[in-house]
Ligand binder design. Structure first.
Ligand code: Z2T
Length: 838
């Protein structure tokens, strides 16, 4: 296919010199961008200028592969995975792209020769924090794995102008600051100004009969916003596949149809610039509490409508028939945030493409699949029907019609079982009607999955029980995974090199190969090397902790890490109660043998979540007392590391000895930090919850610190009438700790600070913190005991990492591909894209 004309050759050579990967070429490319993009030269360029220039140089190299990938996907019979997610917690791109391109070392040389340090430049990047936590980070890991496995995919989402807030700690309290990540520009995105779709909002619906006697609906919007595509190339590891993350920015439509306007139909529809721009302005910072705000529903509908219009446009432009949409795209719903897509697809098919209802419903059900991420009832999305109607009047009608037909089917299948009918109904009955998004997602999808084995089982037994009873064939489990590229190679290069020195580099793409390390688990010299790397990483983190919090920590102490969103079900307060108990043991017996430990906490609390914010204040208050007390003699230290995000996570995981995964059994759907920590050699102390169960199965019970009630025992206790006060009275260490918090021991004798938290624990304790306290403290003693035996610990740590193969997101994505999406790899070749054909 390569033409041998002189012309083409010279273009190719030129392109190669421009986008080559050698250190000299890279250096020249950086200087070119510095000059032509930044208008700067070395003498006056700032580090940020260099960061931008380097990023553009890297982006050039991505674009080559991106264009080749897009070209391949233009092939009409190429099925594409479409991942719909309101959140993508990507983390910084630069270093990740260097690794996936295989030019990290060359870029180091290039920047050294420019008198720059690559680490400085990497640190300049403002990370795109377009997500809250696990769900958004999962989407980012999946984008990496889709590209690495050479699966054609598009991720669709929202280009929030402000991502997750930045957290600061003042006086021990969380302070939120807006995340203005685009302030200095974003070299990784390409705005497709010409690629936009109109999205209607509000207004009312007119009904009429057309000349053929067909009933028609005409949605007269209250306003129209325009979605503009911003594309970010997502390159796979050492492949040419470079997929697209397409994020929508909302804008006011520049021009509108004056004729329609003059007919009076669109009066008021031409909205204010600021109102339109508000839709993609800011990410809602709630992780697992729903926010029933109009703007949130507008955000969801806005990005889903743009995305579906885009997919249909792609499909039709390739000569596809609308009836065969599902041959071109399979649409995965990342929780119910994009579930409105089911109704929007019906609207597009029925109202716009005039497909007859039954066929439209058939097409819809063949296109969508739904992933559930939580069992917490307060996180299940519902919309007040009146609010819903005010934003999406046509969709309400469509949902009512979907529901009417759907309940007819249920009635026939269940012989009119009223309980089943009301539980499956998409619209709840009663005076305050609610649209239940999980029900819409289930009804409109051909596949439904949970994110860990236990979670998927519990879904079938609890929240989706009735769905499972009628449609068992739709259900499956897809245990979460994380990308070893970011979470090992990039964040822990020393450990990665050590691993590769023993078993080669194959593990990076085939994580099961890590089992090759098992044969070295007993080898004293390998154990030694392993622990040396760990120690180095702990020293690095200790430096950062000192800089950021002024707390001096000892790198030879156990680094006990509890990092994740702050939530009662994740039980950071259980951890801090243990810290207080240890502290009291030292106070009562100053010479007691205590294995030195540094308790490291990090995580954001939803700004409106009062108790979570109090949990942060409690941690920082205990830290203030414990860290200063001379009797402690630095044997225990407590650190709250502010502003937990992807960048900070990358620094914390490699330094962890102990991974705290202590949620109430049955509450954490999966967890993914548990996987990242274990891959980096941390040992888990955890409950039988989420993916912990599978992690323990893989690493072996003898390499895992288990404690606490099981999910069944939790249910059992609750049904017996759990009384936390009994536990408080029965355990003197627990009682003392709680009494101290209550009396103001940790808050300058002002006991009222924590009263809401204490009352919640003593009189409600829905997450059974007090019930699990004793078992947790006992297991923590085993942790300390184990750490004293350095060899045994090293062996356990090595075996933890060695047995994590299953938790690569490559495995997860392969499972989705095989069981749900029915899409396989489609390798991309680098071709001369200047040539139009052949
Ligand atoms: C979230 O991060 C998760 C679940 C949600 O339910 C919402 C958010 Cl923002 C609506 C988390 C789960 O808590 C966690 O267990 C899981 O590992 C993660 O999603 C990815 O599946």
């Amino acid at each position: 296919m390569k033409s041998s004309t002189k012309d083409t050759e010279s273009i190719l050579t030129r392109e190669e010199t421009r986008t080559g990967l050698g250190p000299e070429t890279l250096k020249r490319a950086i200087l070119n961008h510095l000059f032509y993009n930044q208008g700067k030269f070395p003498e006056i360029a700032t580090r940020n200028d260099y960061y931008m220039a380097m990023s553009f140089a890297v982006r050039d190299r991505l674009l080559q592969r991106w264009v080749a990938s897009v070209k391949k996907y233009l092939n009409a019979d190429q099925k594409i995975v479409s991942y719909l997610s309101a959140e993508y917690l990507l983390g910084p791109h630069l270093a990740n792209n260097l690794i996936n391109l295989g030019i990290y070392e060359n870029m180091e040389k290039a920047s050294n020769s420019l008198g720059m340090n690559l680490d400085w430049l990497i640190a300049k990047e403002q990370e795109p924090g377009l997500g809250n936590g696990g769900l958004g980070r999962l989407a980012a890991c999946y984008m990496d794995s889709l590209a690495t496995l050479e699966i054609p995919a598009i991720g669709y989402g929202i280009r929030y102008q402000f991502g997750i807030f930045e957290q600061d700690i003042k006086d021990g309290w969380q302070i939120e600051d807006t995340d203005n990540w685009l302030r200095r520009g974003n070299p990784w995105e390409i705005a497709k100004r010409e690629l936009g779709y109109d999205v209607k909002l509000g207004g009312y619906v007119q009904h009429y009969t057309d000349i053929n006697g067909k009933f028609k609906a005409n949605w007269i919007p209250g306003m129209i916003v325009k979605g503009i595509a911003y594309d970010t190339p997502i390159l796979g590891y050492r492949v040419n596949t470079c997929n697209t993350l397409r994020l929508w920015k909302s804008e006011a439509p520049k021009s509108f149809d004056f004729q329609t306007f003059n007919q009076g139909l669109y009066s008021g529809a031409v909205s204010d610039k600021t109102v339109c721009e508000n839709i993609s302005k800011v990410l809602y910072p709630n992780d697992e509490q729903r926010e029933g705000k109009i703007l949130r529903l507008q955000q969801q509908y806005f990005f889903v409508s743009c995305s579906l219009q885009d997919m249909i446009a792609i499909h039709l432009s390739q000569g596809g028939k609308i009836e065969r949409f599902y041959d071109k795209f399979v649409v995965q719903l990342n929780d119910t945030h994009p579930a409105i897509g089911v109704a929007e697809m019906m609207r597009l098919l029925v109202d716009v493409y005039e497909v007859e209802w039954d066929l439209a419903w058939d097409i819809t059900k063949k296109s969508f699949a739904y992933t559930n991420h939580t069992l917490l009832p307060e996180a299940l999305e519902t919309w007040d029907q009146d609010l819903f109607q005010s934003v999406l009047p046509r969709h309400l009608e469509i949902i009512q019609e979907i529901n009417r037909r759907f309940l007819d089917e249920v009635t026939i299948r269940t012989y009119g079982d009223q309980d089943l009918i009301s539980s499956l109904s998409i619209i709840s009955d009663g005076p305050w009607k609610k649209i239940r998004m999980a029900n819409l997602a289930c009804a409109g999808s051909f596949a439904i999955n949970g994110v860990a084995a236990l979670h998927s089982e519990l879904l079938k037994k609890t929240v989706l029980k009735d769905w499972y009873q009628l449609w068992p064939e739709k259900f499956s489990n897809k245990t979460n995974g994380v990308t070893p590229r970011r979470w090992m190679v990039l964040s822990n290069p020393k450990l990665s090199s050590l691993i590769s020195s023993k078993i080669g580099e194959g593990w990076i793409k085939n994580l099961d190969e890590l089992t090759g390390l098992e044969q070295y688990a007993d080898d004293p010299s390998f154990q030694q090397e392993w622990m040396v790397v760990k120690h180095e990483m702990k020293k690095d983190l200790a430096k950062r902790i000192l800089q950021r919090t002024k707390i001096k920590v000892d790198p030879s102490s156990i680094f006990d890490v509890h990092v994740k969103r702050i939530h009662e079900y994740k039980r950071q307060h259980l951890n801090i109660l243990h810290v207080i108990a240890l502290y009291n043991r030292i106070k009562q017996n100053p010479d007691a043998e205590v294995v030195p430990r540094t308790f490291i906490f990090a995580g954001k609390a939803a700004p409106g979540y009062h108790l979570a914010k109090l949990m942060i204040k409690l941690i920082t208050s205990v830290a203030d007392v414990v860290n200063q007390d001379p009797i402690v003699k630095d044997r225990i230290k407590v650190v709250f590391y502010p502003n937990y995000n992807v960048t900070n996570a990358q620094r914390i995981y490699p330094a962890a000895d102990v991974s705290e995964q202590i949620s109430t059994a049955g509450k954490e759907a999966s967890g993914t930090g548990n996987m990242k920590l274990s891959m980096n050699g941390a040992l888990t102390i955890g409950t039988l919850d989420g993916a912990n169960v599978e992690i323990r199965d893989c690493v072996g019970a003898e390499n895992f610190f288990l404690f606490g009630l099981t999910e069944e025992e939790v249910q059992q206790k609750k049904s017996e009438g759990y009384n936390p006060f009994d536990y408080y009275m029965a355990n003197p260490e627990l009682k003392l700790a709680i009494d101290q918090i209550n009396s103001g021991y940790f808050s300058h004798m002002n006991g009222s600070v924590f009263k809401d938290l204490i009352n919640s624990l003593l009189y409600h304790d829905q997450y059974l913190v007090l019930a699990d306290f004793e078992s947790y403290v006992a297991e923590q003693e085993r942790v300390a005991e184990a750490y004293k035996d350095k060899q045994r610990w090293a062996k356990m740590s090595i075996l933890n990492a060695a047995r994590m193969g299953k938790f690569s997101s490559d495995r997860s994505i392969k499972d989705y591909c095989d069981d749900i999406w029915k899409v396989g790899p489609s390798p991309v070749e680098l071709v001369d894209f200047h040539q139009k054909t052949q």
